[in-house]
Design a protein around this ligand. Sequence first.
Ligand code: DAH
Length: 350
Amino acid sequence: MSDFDFDQIQKTVEAELERITSFQQLQVFQHKYLGRKGVIPSLTRQLSKLEPVQRRQLGQRINALKQRLINYIAEKEPLFKTQASSQSFSLSELSLPGIAQELGHLHPITRVIEEICGVFMRMGFSVVEGPEIETEYNNFTGLNIPLEHPARDVFDTFYLEPRAWIRDRKELKERLLLRSHTSPVQIRVMRARKPPLAVVVPGRVYRPDAVDASHSFMFHQIEGFMVDEDIRFSDLKGVLEVFLKAIFGQEISMRFRPHFFPFTEPSAEVDIGCIICKGEGCSVCSRKGWLEILGAGMIHPNVFKNVGYDPNKYTGFAFGLGVERIAMLKYSINDIRLFFENDLRFLKQF
Ligand code: DAH
């Protein structure tokens, strides 16, 4: 390689620079001259074959040219870039598809609550909500749950700062707690209104349970009750049959098992035939063929007395169900924690 060759190369470079009018052309030029196998690096490699004197001279010229190209590119690149983006805007932006916003939706638990309440509303029930902080009376005593009942223990109910209540709020004779079920809303509604009543009560409840696949310290229940002068156990059966068939399908079978609740007499637990194995016996129903769905019964006369109703005049039924349990069965979900972890991979499926 001689100085003459290099003069020639330099001329070509200048001519090519003149012709660059776009970012794309600039990139092609950069690749051609400065890329790893480009013209400048290969010239530099050839230098080693030259005599020291010539090597130094030519080396300086190559370096100067290289620096000129680097400066040129650094200067022009931003200009060509803005030009490129404004061009693509004017030419094609109008016909590009829009940027779709992600739409949120209701939480699966909210959807199940709305679905269940919807079924009861179509049967004439109204929906009422009560506070999550309750009095010990509404949560237990008014519901005929005696003082010695294990559910009233501090290990089974969240009491709110018991010592502070006694010390600072002397006017407050009762302890407050986080309601452990939605049944206390029975007391509130019956105190505030007169029969006939048909009410469902969705809401959060709290229990100091260790969290695992089937337990959470907070979950949701729906309480329901009906009170009038001639409400019978057969009314309870009819209402629950309509409800369970609406949620789990018309083919579902159901059974009432005798049980005990302090606030109902007689009381029952209600099962449906296992929706997974259709009664054959599987792991979901612990090989029983039946799934426990809710508790129910005829409202205890003591509860009526506690709210000032005449138990000789009025009768009524009540029931309570766990929303998570129904949602888990309905959607085949095996871990209650999924509802509360806010993992979008789970939530987006609904
Ligand atoms: N309160 C009960 C619980 O949390 C559920 C329940 C059972 C409610 C029977 C009722 C009922 O109204 O009649 O376990």
